[in-house]
Design a binder for this molecule. Structure first.
Ligand code: AMP
Length: 180
């Protein structure tokens, strides 16, 4: 394991049986609270894209906003919030996406992206990939050119990375945990 993986792993807290029995919740609030770990995670997420022309970072509510805001600053890009339905004040586009049990909907503002703009998608963690897949569909519907999707944590056993790669999206993750 690399130093980076060790540092990040040490900064992430695991909470068993949250929000329901059998789930190991990977809590990044402890990472966000540690200046070095937070900075390191953001630096590593943006590293391959420094020097590229990135128009916007799209962050998935809510932890994707924190990482995405910092990445946007670092890359001198704009930021787009992808939100749960009913939260955005102007005209929106909406997509349904699958959760472990059932479906939900997410939205972004119709005028958040211009056709052909280059976008990086970000969230804290990818599990089944249902949430990120919904965000990819929404962004592409608005004409975005998705350069990559970035996550601090991958749960590879749940297949999310594969799902995005099958859609032709390049995926960057920093650490992975076995199981779910
Ligand atoms: P999925 O759509 O299955 O890829 O789930 C990804 C979304 O659910 C992300 O926004 C994560 O923050 C959250 N999530 C899923 N599983 C976990 C977990 N084990 N620990 C923390 N967050 C999770």
């Amino acid at each position: 394991m690399t130093d980076l993986e060790n540092d990040l792993r040490a900064a992430i807290r695991t909470i068993p049986d949250y929000p329901k029995p059998g789930i190991l919740f990977r809590d990044i609030t402890t990472l966000l609270g540690q200046p070095r770990a937070f900075r390191r995670a953001v630096d590593e997420l943006v590293h391959p894209y420094a020097g590229l022309r990135v128009s916007k970072i799209a962050g998935i509510e809510a932890r994707g906003f924190i990482l995405g805001g910092a990445m946007a600053h670092q890359l001198s890009a704009g930021f787009i919030p992808i939100r749960k339905k009913g939260k955005l004040p102007h005209e929106t586009v909406r997509v349904a996406y699958s959760l472990e049990y059932g479906v939900d909907e997410m939205e972004m503002h119709k005028d958040a992206i211009a056709e052909g703009e280059s976008v990086i998608l970000v969230d804290d963690l990818i599990a089944t990939g249902g949430t990120a897949e919904g965000a990819v569909r929404l962004l592409r519907q608005m004409g975005a050119d998705i350069i990559a999707a970035c996550f601090v944590i991958d749960l590879p056993d749940l297949g999310g990375r594969r799902k995005l790669e099958d859609l032709g999206v390049q995926v960057r993750t920093l650490i992975s945990y076995e199981g779910h």
